[in-house]
Design a protein around this ligand. Structure first.
Ligand code: FAD
Length: 399
């Protein structure tokens, strides 16, 4: 039994029970629909196969570049679309609906690498990288995490020593860095001679930089995370990010990217619900569609109710961000809530699909596995909980 083709879904079958469309402008709907068409036509038909074979979908990059969502909120001056945060979030949710691996690529390229260059880079660095990255002609990555410094990036040990002939020499290891094995530019965080953390633009094919794909991954298998080794890696002075002046600089970038990840949870949860609803209406047991059983309805109702709350939160977050009124703790609550809800919703959906739920053909299993990665990156669920806890109590409970 197959599920309904995505393009053929009516709005009733889409995860929009509360009429979210009414909260969107024409321009926002246009971006969402453009991303949706790309996902339905190009991404969904090949996503499961790439996931199964752990192959990155390089063939989608030109189309993704043309879609105009990379660095979506950044200025047209740098070849980006200059869209508002709600439109950008809607596009992310669509991408995540089709493939958590592809949306993870976007978070690294757009949310982390491009945002770091835009916010912390010199005018020359922005002109050099942003337009090409917006078109996906160049790829970037963001190296913060280390083998022994994950939730606590302040304990990083990668160093950037001054070289007597000018510039810096980077040494250390980075772990879990998405896209790095095929990146043209790596934003690498390292400790300078004065002990402060700074950011550097490191060439992806230069000497002293090695990125090996982490094998046997069970989440986001079509996205590649890597282990980076930096050995005597020379970086010229002009490739230091001038605005990166300590750990706080990394947090400002993470806040922006974390906002995008909140929409990711919504996109994946929506797809799980839509697949489960469609399946439940068609699958018959005991001579009736399983959608007619009370217990199945209860699961579907819980799913769509949670999704409706996630939608309202997402749109409100976007409006706050557009007004410059979104603080980091609120973003943490958003990411934490939407991803944790997506995790629960994907488990409900897998259950509704019965045995078929564990097949990649029905997409739910892929989402379920992918959400595990999202649950841990951009601040684990625990870390984001502690950020919100500190904001409301005034007490820091990290250590
Ligand atoms: C798919 C994927 C993609 C990623 N992409 C990137 C990337 O592109 N760039 C990058 O720099 N990093 C990336 N990461 C790394 C990611 O940001 C880290 O995995 C994350 O910050 C958690 O760090 P850790 O894995 O070392 O876990 P740990 O920090 O070792 O945490 C392990 C457990 O302990 C808990 N814990 C830790 N500290 C506390 C505390 N104070 N109180 C309570 N509980 C605590 C955590 O919540 C977690 O449950 C990626 C990770 C994954 C899985």
């Amino acid at each position: 039994m197959s599920i309904m083709p995505d393009a053929a879904r009516s709005n009733v079958e889409r995860a929009d029970f509360i009429g979210m469309d009414r909260l969107l402008s024409d321009g926002e709907r246009e971006v969402r629909d453009r991303a949706r068409a790309f996902v339905d036509e190009k991404v969904i038909p090949m996503a499961a196969d790439h996931w199964d074979r752990a192959e990155f979908p390089f063939e989608l990059l030109p189309g993704l570049g043309e879609l105009g969502i990379m660095g979506g909120t950044l200025s047209p001056e740098y070849g980006c679309a200059g869209m508002n945060n709600v439109a950008y979030g809607l596009a992310i949710a669509e991408l995540a609906r089709g493939s958590g691996s592809l949306s993870t690529f976007l978070h690294v390229q757009s949310g982390l690498a491009m945002t770091a260059i835009n916010e912390l880079g010199s005018e020359e660095q922005k002109q050099k990288w942003l337009p090409q990255m917006a078109r996906c002609e160049k790829v970037g990555c963001f190296g913060l995490t280390e083998p022994d410094a994950g939730s606590d990036p302040g304990s990083m040990t990668t160093t950037a020593r001054r070289h007597p002939d000018g510039g810096y020499v980077l040494d250390g290891e980075k772990r879990w860095i998405g896209n790095a094995s095929f990146s043209d530019v790596a934003v690498i965080w390292a400790r300078t001679d004065d002990g402060k953390i700074s950011g550097f633009l490191v060439s992806g094919d230069g000497p002293g930089f090695r990125a090996e794909v982490i094998p046997r991954k069970g989440s986001q298998r079509a996205a590649w995370q890597t282990h980076i080794t930096l050995e005597n890696c020379r970086v010229p002075e002009e490739d230091r990010l001038p605005g990166a002046t300590g750990l706080g600089s990394t947090f400002s970038i993470l806040t922006h990217s974390r906002y995008g990840v909140g929409w990711d949870g919504l996109g994946q949860a929506s797809d799980c619900y839509e697949v489960a609803l469609s399946y439940a209406k068609r699958r018959e047991q005991f001579g009736r569609p399983i959608a007619s059983f009370q217990l199945v309805q209860q699961k579907l109702v819980e799913m769509v109710t949670e999704i409706s709350q996630c939608q309202l939160l997402a749109i409100h977050m976007g409006r706050l961000k557009d007004d410059g009124a979104l603080d980091p703790a609120t973003v943490s609550m958003f990411k934490m809530n939407n991803v944790a809800k997506a995790r629960r919703i994907s488990a409900f959906a897998r259950d509704v699909l019965g045995g078929n739920g564990v097949l990649l053909d029905y997409r739910v299993m892929e989402h379920m596995a992918d959400i595990e990665g999202v649950y841990s990156y951009e601040g684990t669920n625990d870390v984001n909980t502690l950020i919100v806890g500190q904001a409301i109590t005034g007490h820091k409970a990290f250590a």
